[in-house]
Design a protein around this ligand. Structure first.
Ligand code: NAD
Ligand code: MG
Length: 380
C-alpha cells in the first residue's frame, strides 16, 4: 500500500531517460528537486531496503542533510561515509574503507549503496557495489554536470592506481540515477563549464541539431534555467544510445572518446593537477584539436572546426594547447603522453575524427608523423 501511495504523491520528474540494457536497464530521472524526493523514490525501487550513502566533504556539507531528511521521511534505515573531495579519493585505500564501513553498517546484499557526489564518488561507490557481497544494487545521485551527463550513464566504475587512471574496475549498472539539477546551484563555475564540454561533445559526435541548439541556448543552460534540464536529458540520451549499442566498448562506444586522446595527454602532462586543468577543459581543447586535425587532413570542412572553436570560446572554455600547457612543452612530449594512453598500437594512433559537426568516426590508423606535424604547428 505504501508503494502505491508513493506513486500518488510523487510528482513526475522534469525528464526521464531510459537506459536500455536488457535486465540491467534503468532510468535516469532529471529535475530540480530530486534529492528532496529521493527517499520516496528509493522506497519504491527497493521496498524495505537499507541505504548506505557515500559522499565527499564538499557535497556532504551541502546536500547530505536534505538527502537524509528525505530518507527519514520515507522511513528508510540509513548510514553514511564522508570521504575527502578530489580525484585522490578514487583509490584502493578508500575502496577498502568504503567496503568495510558498509559491512560495519550491516548492509546486506539486498540493501542499496547511494553515491551522492561527482564522478569520483560515483565511480568508487559503483565499484564497491559491484564487489560488496558479490554485487549490490546502487543508486547514483550525481551532483556535477560531468557526472550527470557522463559518468553516471553507462556503468563504468573503478579506481585509479599508480599505473594510471581507471585501470581497475568493473562494468556495473546502477538501479536508478537521480540527476538533481538543483544541486548544480552550488557547483563552482569552472566545474560547470568543464561538464558543459562533454555536452558539446555529444552534439559533435552524432547530434548536429543539439549542437545548433546549444549555440543558441547556452546562456540559459549556464543560467540554470529549464534549458539545463533539456541539455542534460539530450546528453544522457546520446550517451545511453551509444552504450546500448556497445555496453563493453568493443566498437562504437569509442566514439565517446572524441577529444579525449588529446585531452588525456594534456592532463597527464600537468600531472592531473586540477588547479591547472580540469578534465572537461582538456576535452574542450581536445575536441577543438580533433576538428582542426580533421580539417587539415581533408576529412572535414574548415568552417566546422571554426564553429566548434567559436562556441567553446563563447562559453569560456580553452581551445588551444598553449593556453593550458606550461611553455616549453614540445610535440614529442605530447606524443609520448598519448603513446602511454591505451589507444595506441604500433606507430598508429586510434583517433576519433569528424567529417562534420555531428559526424564523428573512429579512425584506426592515424599516422603518428601527421599528428606530430599537426602538434608542431599548434605549438608555434
Ligand atoms: P569530482 O567528483 O571530483 O567533483 C568535482 C568537484 O566538485 C569536487 O571537489 C566535488 O567535491 C565538487 N562538487 C561536486 N558536486 C558539487 C556540488 N553540487 N556543489 C559543490 N561542489 C560540488 O569530479 P567530476 O568531474 O564529477 O568527475 C570526475 C571523475 O569522473 C573522474 O574520476 C573520471 O575518471 C570519472 N569519469 C567516469 C566516467 C564513467 O563512465 N564512469 C566518465 C567520465 C568521467
Ligand atoms: Mg570525459
Amino acid at each position: 500500500f505504501s508503494a502505491e501511495m508513493n506513486t500518488l504523491v510523487l510528482p513526475p520528474p522534469a525528464a526521464r531517460v531510459a537506459v536500455a540494457l536488457g535486465d540491467r536497464s534503468y532510468d535516469i530521472l532529471i529535475g530540480p528537486d530530486l534529492i528532496a524526493t529521493a527517499g520516496a523514490r528509493i522506497a519504491q525501487l527497493a521496498p524495505g531496503a537499507s541505504v548506505f550513502i557515500v559522499t565527499d566533504a564538499h557535497v556532504g556539507a551541502l546536500w547530505l542533510a536534505p538527502l537524509e531528511a528525505s530518507l527519514e521521511q520515507a522511513g528508510i534505515r540509513h548510514d553514511r561515509l564522508i570521504l575527502p573531495a578530489g580525484e585522490s579519493t578514487k583509490t584502493f585505500a578508500h575502496f577498502q574503507q568504503l567496503c568495510e564501513a558498509a559491512l560495519e553498517a550491516r548492509m546486506e546484499r539486498g540493501d542499496l549503496l547511494v553515491a551522492l557526489g561527482g564522478g569520483v564518488i560515483g565511480d568508487l561507490t559503483g565499484f564497491a557495489a559491484a564487489s560488496l557481497r558479490r554485487g549490490m544494487n546502487f543508486v547514483q545521485i550525481p551532483t556535477t554536470v560531468l557526472s550527470q551527463v557522463d559518468s553516471s550513464v553507462g556503468g563504468k566504475t573503478g579506481v585509479n592506481t599508480a599505473q594510471g587512471k581507471n585501470l581497475v574496475g568493473a562494468f556495473h549498472q546502477p538501479a536508478l540515477v537521480l540527476a538533481d539539477t538543483g544541486s548544480l546551484a552550488t557547483l563552482p563555475p569552472r566545474e560547470f563549464a568543464a561538464g558543459y564540454a562533454e555536452m558539446v561533445k555529444y552534439g559533435l559526435i552524432d547530434r548536429p541539431d543539439f549542437f545548433d541548439w546549444l549555440e543558441k541556448h547556452w546562456p540559459a543552460v549556464f543560467g540554470r534555467g529549464p534549458e539545463l534540464e533539456h541539455a542534460i536529458a539530450v546528453s544522457c540520451e546520446a550517451k545511453a544510445a551509444v552504450v546500448a549499442r556497445d555496453e563493453t566498448e568493443q566498437g562504437d562506444r569509442a566514439l565517446l572518446n572524441l577529444g579525449h586522446t588529446f585531452g588525456h595527454a594534456l592532463e597527464k602532462i600537468v600531472g592531473y593537477d586540477s588547479s591547472r586543468l580540469v578534465h572537461g577543459e582538456g576535452v574542450a581543447v581536445g575536441v577543438a584539436c580533433a576538428f582542426r586535425f580533421s580539417a587539415r587532413e581533408g576529412f572535414c570542412p574548415p568552417e566546422a572546426a571554426e564553429r566548434v572553436e567559436a562556441h567553446l570560446r563563447a562559453v569560456g572554455l580553452p581551445t588551444r594547447i598553449p593556453e593550458v600547457l606550461p611553455t616549453g612543452v614540445d610535440a614529442k612530449e605530447i606524443l609520448d603522453a598519448m603513446a602511454q594512453d591505451k589507444k595506441v598500437k604500433r606507430g598508429a594512433l586510434t583517433f576519433i575524427l569528424a567529417r562534420d559537426i555531428g559526424q564523428s568516426f573512429i579512425a584506426k590508423n592515424v599516422d603518428v608523423e601527421k599528428v606530430r606535424s599537426f602538434l608542431e604547428d599548434e605549438l608555434r
